[in-house]
Design a protein around this ligand. Structure first.
Ligand code: KG4
Ligand code: ZN
Length: 344
């Protein structure tokens, strides 16, 4: 379909961690292009993301990725309505590459600039394939850096009900994967290997946080896995990698499902969504699908490609910010610890 003058075309850029990404999104819900250059292979050599290497690779790739996003969408830069970019949270050096590129492009092409919160982007990924989804709804955001239970009250309006006190869910997946010899990135590898294991084989703890029932804590679980592995080594017992992976994953999934369903009940919410890299976990999706079905809650989830970092989700969030009138100046800076709902 051709684009008309009334269409809002957002060119979006994302570079907060180890994906260099650009996309074109039409009217907030239609993805015209979604280009992702993943640096995973590069960081795998070091067992995790090396910030300095990530920044350098972003610099190398950013222009190619933006050009491809425009070409795939079949539009010229002049056709773009506004440029949206992730300005936090994330790795400061990585964010700066995207922010600088977006500012240069917007300035050169005389387009408005809209800074986007990375987690808001993850939440908005749900709008892409669920055209009927509108706020209010409850959203569980589980990524490498964040675990948040969020009430989405309106477009760009969020109330955080719970957050992690220590490790994020994805971080726990990555650390446990490393400990059992699966390597980086841990999440997808644990997801796969767990299919061969018994989730009831080892009783790992399900942590509860005393003063906020919606907060998460995964560091105790991670320590329990490490202690279990140490114990096996000292006793000369062979570790069953698949059983450890499946039991650990079950402990994470149980807590995430439990908190989410508790919040749905407490807030009388019948729409529930998930977002972030860990939201592509097949066991978590199955468990939530089942839990929601039992409670007559409609369950929304993006396809895996829109769960892990991408720029299409930034284009969607950028659209809703743009139509609200949000504009950023040429002094927009990267904010590595930007809070959800906070505007700078
Ligand atoms: O959202 P994301 O791409 O980046 C951040 O904003 O952090 O999330 C990356 C995280 C990593 O920790 C990765 O191990 C995890 O998401 N992840 C998964 C799966 N796919 C990615 N965790 C569990 N199961 C998966 N299938
Ligand atoms: Zn992310």
């Amino acid at each position: 379909m051709t684009n008309t003058k009334e269409d809002v075309l957002i060119l979006a850029i994302e570079s907060s961690c180890d994906e260099t990404a650009a996309a074109v999104v039409k009217n907030g819900r239609e993805v015209l292009s979604n280009v992702i250059y993943s640096q995973i292979d590069l960081h795998t050599l070091y067992g995790g993301v090396v910030p300095e290497i990530a920044s350098r690779k972003h610099i190398e790739k950013i222009n190619q990725v933006v050009e491809k996003a425009l070409a795939d969408a079949g539009i010229a830069l002049a056709d773009v309505t506004a440029v949206a970019v992730t300005y936090g949270p994330g790795l400061v050096g990585a964010l700066l590459v995207g922010v600088s590129a977006a500012k240069s492009i917007a300035f050169a092409a005389d387009k408005p600039l809209v800074g986007v919160h990375h987690i808001e982007g993850h939440i908005c990924a749900n709008y892409i394939e669920n055209k009927e989804l509108e706020p209010p709804f409850l959203c569980l955001v589980v990524s490498g850096g964040h675990s948040h239970l969020v009430m989405v009250k309106g477009y760009g309006e969020y109330e955080i009900l719970g957050r992690t006190r220590d490790d994020a869910a994805g971080e726990a997946f990555d650390k446990v994967a490393r400990a059992i010899g699966l390597g980086y990135p841990g999440g997808p590898k644990i997801d796969k290997v767990s299919r061969e294991g018994n989730p009831e084989a080892i009783a790992f703890p399900r942590a509860k946080v005393e003063d906020n029932i919606y907060d998460f804590s995964f560091s105790g679980l991670k320590s329990a896995v490490l202690n279990y592995l140490n114990g096996c080594q000292m006793k000369g017992i062979e570790v069953n990698q698949a059983d450890v992976a499946a039991s650990f994953q079950k402990a994470v999934v149980d807590v995430l499902v439990d908190h989410s369903m508790h919040a749905c009940r407490q807030y009388g919410m019948n729409k529930f969504a998930i977002a972030g890299g860990v939201a592509s976990n097949s066991h978590l999706r199955e468990a939530l699908e089942k839990a929601c079905a039992q409670r007559n809650i409609t369950f929304y989830h993006p396809s895996p490609v829109f769960c892990t970092d991408n720029a299409a989700m930034i284009g969607v969030a950028g659209y809703y910010e743009y139509i609200k009138g949000v504009r950023h100046g040429w002094d927009l800076n990267a904010v590595p610890n930007l809070k959800l709902g906070e505007r700078i």
